[in-house]
Write a protein of this length. Sequence first.
Lengths: 318, 552, 297
Amino acid sequence: MAVYLLRRGGEGVIVLALVSVLVFALIGLMPGDPIDLLISADPDITSEDAARLRALYGLDRPLYERYLAWLGDALRGDLGFSRLYSQRVTAILWAPLQNTVILMSLSLVLGLLVAIPLALVAARRPHGPVDVTVNLLAFAGFSVPAFWLALLLILLFAVTLGWLPAGGVHAVGDPSLESRLRHLVLPVLTLTVLNAGVYLRFTRGALLEVLNEDFMRTARAKGLGLGQALLRHALPNAMLPLTTVVALHVGTLLSGALVVEVVFAYRGMGKLTYDAILANDFNLAMAALLLATGLTLTCNILADAVYSWLDPRVRYDD
Amino acid sequence: MVRWLLAGLLLVALGATAPVAARDTLRIGVSQFPSTLHPSIDSMLAKTYVRSMTLRPFTGYGPDWELRCFLCTELPTLENGLAERIERDDGSVGVKLTYTINPDATWGDGVPVTTDDVLFTWRSGKHPESGVANREVFTNILDIEVHDSRTFTLEVDKLRYNYNAINGFLVLPAHVEAEVFDAAPATYRNRTRFDTDPTHPGLAFGPYRVVEVRTGEYIVLERNPTWHGTTPAFQRIIVQTIENTPALEANLLAGSLDMIAGELGLPLEQAIAFEQRHGARFQVHYETGLIYEHLEANLDNPIFQDRRVRQALLYAVDRQAMTDRLFDGRQPVALTNVHPMDWVHDETVPTFARDVERAKALLEEAGWTPGRDGVRVNGDGVRFSFEFSTTAGNRSRELVQQFLQAQWAEVGIEAIIRNLPPRVLFAEHLSRRQFTGMALFAWISSPESPPKTTLHSSMIPSAENAWSGQNYTGFANAEVDALIEAIEVELDREARAQLWSRLQYLYATELPALPLFFRANPHVWPLWLEGVTPTGHQDISTLFVEYWRVAD
Amino acid sequence: MTTEPLARPAARPPVKPSAILIGSGGVLLALTLLCFTAPWIAWLLGVDGTRVDIFNRLAPPGADHWLGTDELGRDYLIRVLEGGRVSLAVGLIGAVAAALIGTAIGLIGAYAGGRVDALAMRLTDLVIALPILPLLLIVAAIDPARLGLPTGGLADVGRIVVIVALFGWPTVARVARSAALSVRRRTYVLAAEALGARAHHVLWRHVLPNVAGPILVAATLGIGNVVLVESVLSFLGLGVQPPTPSWGNLLSDAQTLLVQAPLLAIVPGLMIFVTVIAFNALGDGLQAHLDRRRAVR
């Protein structure tokens, strides 16, 4: 097991290195550079100024040289400065990271809290009216375009009813818990609907599968009640695959909420990544994307580990 | 725990509205966060907005579009003797300018603003590695002669019509920044205290100083006790960044913002819709400015070379209806590149009101006859079809563009829309003159600014001149060149006005670019705020923040 | 060939398609028909989805314009249908392209085995581990002209198709691989191999027909996904560019008019929603249908 994890970890590092090359090359292919953006904003900048600034920021060097320079610094723990905010990249990432973790963990937990009870109810009578309704809800949940749902929620709760703020992390000049919570309601609601749809479908499927297994049929035949069967036997067994799904989901945490964060102007990792890409902020985009990839990889490995730990039949020997 | 949280969320959701702020704080919403707070590195509207409250330039334009002193005590002129014409041996004419720093000007930590600061600013500004965006401001100054701690004389390379304007010279605190700069100029831009220690009191001598910065979110300013001018009415000003403009508007309505900056706030269409619904709760003020929206065609393309064709393109579109219907008439139709509020503006030039018949006649004259598919063709069988680009994602430009496309189609001209992200449009498409058709964008200028970089034939970007200049159309006219050169060194106002009139006449008839309109900035203020003076040029409203007041 | 009879399973009793299959299929057929006949519908209603009329901006729904007009006075119903044409085309072509790439990689991996398989699966894992959406944004921001590719109009749509295919194939690859592996262990394939059939022959004649079902299901589910991705990219301003409408950019444009004209935002979103649900249901129904067919067999 330890060997297996170590090997997967080693692979993860290689993947991360590959991704850094890929992302750097892709960013290099994006047209224009920060100096071009500067020129378009200031007609007084001369081409001499532009050439001088390009040389200063190292933008005149070939892409591979810039990558090697970046890699050298990164390995020494220096991720460079953000062009967008003139701060160290590491200093900028912290607050958005916290914001995203709060947003995603709340919607993840709420998604499970909605999904599991509904799945239990649905599994009582497969293909019955309740099950069909629940199934439909699940379909709707994971098919709805997140940004559209977000817009509709803004339209209803922020514009029409005026109950909730339409965007931001907290009210201006008011970073209190209450203000933060009020600003979390709509984005969390949007993501919860999406998550719940996925979890619901998955849990229901897993429950039905367990109910159909021979040992359950035997138990039921011997007089075990349906409720008991579901709660005591099917649910614990269904939790196993669900854990994997949730673990994989956590992996997408950093970039997963990008659209929702953009619509709600919620300053999290997704929005930061989006802003960095649009503004050609190389260093910030690199750091954010590598962080997201690293998390996905870690969670994939953890999902496998958890799976094998919970299910002794699975072995990772090879 | 989780259920508790859920209940909490619901409770909060149904709970109280945002608290009403006391009137000693003004909360301003803007749509951009400054990339740096250093005055000369990078040029960005969001920074200018904040910086104008903490620092003041030596000279600048007032709301009346006239040059005035901000940090200096008196504008040097040839008449008052503070400016002196100097003729050099090589025949060039320069100027010596004597300025005196306001004797009460004091940095927030109690250190007076002195000529040491001026010298440091010049020294660091002209250093090639300092990261300063526009170095010309500093390299044009050949020498600085210091008389005492407050008075100094600049020697400037050339005597220009606006010789006494040194608007871009923003004085830096030598006692705070010099040691940082001298340690390593090449990395100064990353280590400047404006970014590493932005709340240092020694970085401001204006009415406000920065007391808190949350990167990407907000900047809090408080009254600067050492400010030498009028005491501002508000103890605190919070500049909050919300890039998403619907969210910006929602925050204003929810009461968590007091106002939205006009210079970088709501798009005009959104503001018009906002005023229709909430006009009673807020003051909405539209200020047209020196942002000139226009069309540039690549004149190397044979289609556009004929002047009659360019005139026909303009006759074919109803610019008045466009601004009336799309922008509620808030953006005045442009006759030329000179703004109506500019004192050199000449309104007697040809105006090109919509005249479809005239447009068709001009096209026929130029040899373009209706083709089989409705698009005109010339004698060689070339179709009148071109690619039409603007900045992708700019909603109002995209609307204007589709409107123009439809109106041109009516006279048999085909415009194929292909939009590009701003950086592509400006970086490669235009500045390398890779475009073959037409582009819609804006130039930002200052009051009475000769269009040298955009119209002079020496400013046509090419490989030979290392792609410098912004004459993207490739317009070359000897008389226009001569006029621009003459305006730059003509010191007599009346004589200059004559030159400007001729230039505008040539612009309106030759049409190097097709004028559309001047953009308007919508300022949204609470009913209780007064004294805000939008300017319409690059010296923006916060330069006068100390006059903002709570109405009685 | 001697293997011929082995490849053909015995005749199956027909399995009736389920209600969900018929329902979702019907909805999609109707949507597609409506979208692709938009010009005729416009002609029938006497409206025009491209004619700009600034004296009739943001008109409310009425007899002349069933869904009102947009910011430039164009008939919104026709705009939405024409947008659907782009969105559906991108969805279908993108998903098919992704399925082709995925099937090729999955089958090659399953059939070649060993190092090739390991490499193929590592590649699949790699793409799955990538933060897809931000990378899509970067790829979408790349200037095709810099790579010597055509730009504008149709090329724009083509670019989106390539982008979604580039990142959409791993799911299909996994499905194809596991299906192919299970087929390979079946007796008739083993028999064919034992009889000396060449690899590509076995792959083409025996394996592919038998893995088509699961791949079809994966591809169908993929269409809904691609429609979503296209709408997100266009919504963020990096997808299909105006004046070519797509559901994503219609929604993006409507965002600032949310209060004045909420319908402009509701309709295209609803279309995306219905389309994605229908494709997911279709995929689900197909899966169930195939399962039952197998059970019956």
